[in-house]
Design a protein. Structure first.
Length: 211
């Protein structure tokens, strides 16, 4: 039996890949951004494999004001006392997630989502992954890390810089930066924050997969 750990982006998974290499019972899968990509990737994987547990991992935006950068948060699809105990012991916090169809890029947008959904954090893939796992009676949990807080504005509207498959269009990104060179510092700071967040997530995941 093995555990499948899904990430939307390779940047989210990078610190954990080194850890996963030391654990033969762990398989990682990059599913892409958004529900459609996530469902397609996970459905394809599960057509030929049957993990004991699926974790949907990566970055999340904070909707609840008291969630901080680097906080690891989780939600289970069904009661699992052993996994809950491991997550709590590793320092993760139980929350509710909202699975969105677009990146929440401003504090105002996140505040509105918090008011509308009463969720604590927002991401874009987990609902689809949970649904596929439910069809196949596979346990599933969301384990995410806060990469931007409730009041924080992202430096650019990444929705406008996405390709149809929701991946980042670097041509559009370079053009946006050329038009607003003052954003370079904020983008570099965002890169540092996401790297830190990914490392925090990897640390918690290492604790919950270790015997």
């Amino acid at each position: 039996m093995f555990t499948l750990i899904c990430f939307a982006l390779k940047e989210e998974a990078a610190p954990f890949h080194k850890i996963a290499a030391r654990h033969p019972g762990i398989v990682t899968l990059i599913v892409g951004i958004g529900r459609q990509n996530a469902e397609k990737s996970v459905r394809s994987f599960l057509a030929t494999s049957s993990p004991e547990l699926v974790l949907t991992c990566g970055f999340a935006g904070g909707l609840k004001p008291n969630l901080n950068l680097g906080d690891v948060v989780f939600e289970l699809s069904a009661h699992n006392a052993q996994l809950t105990t491991r997550l709590l012991a590793a320092g993760a916090k139980p929350v509710t997630f909202f699975c969105a169809d677009r990146i929440a890029t401003t504090g105002t947008e996140k505040q509105a989502l918090h008011y509308q959904t009463h969720a604590d954090a927002v991401e874009m893939e987990s609902a689809a992954i949970h649904a596929v796992c439910a069809e196949k009676n596979i346990s599933c949990a969301t384990v995410r890390v806060i990469s931007d807080t409730a009041h924080e504005d992202l430096p650019l509207d990444f929705n406008a810089l996405a390709k149809p498959d929701k991946s980042l269009d670097f041509g559009k990104l370079f053009l946006a930066v050329a038009k607003s060179p003052g954003k370079i510092g904020a983008l570099m700071q965002l890169q540092k924050k996401t790297k830190f967040a990914a490392e925090q997530l990897a640390g918690v995941l290492e604790k919950i997969i270790s015997p």
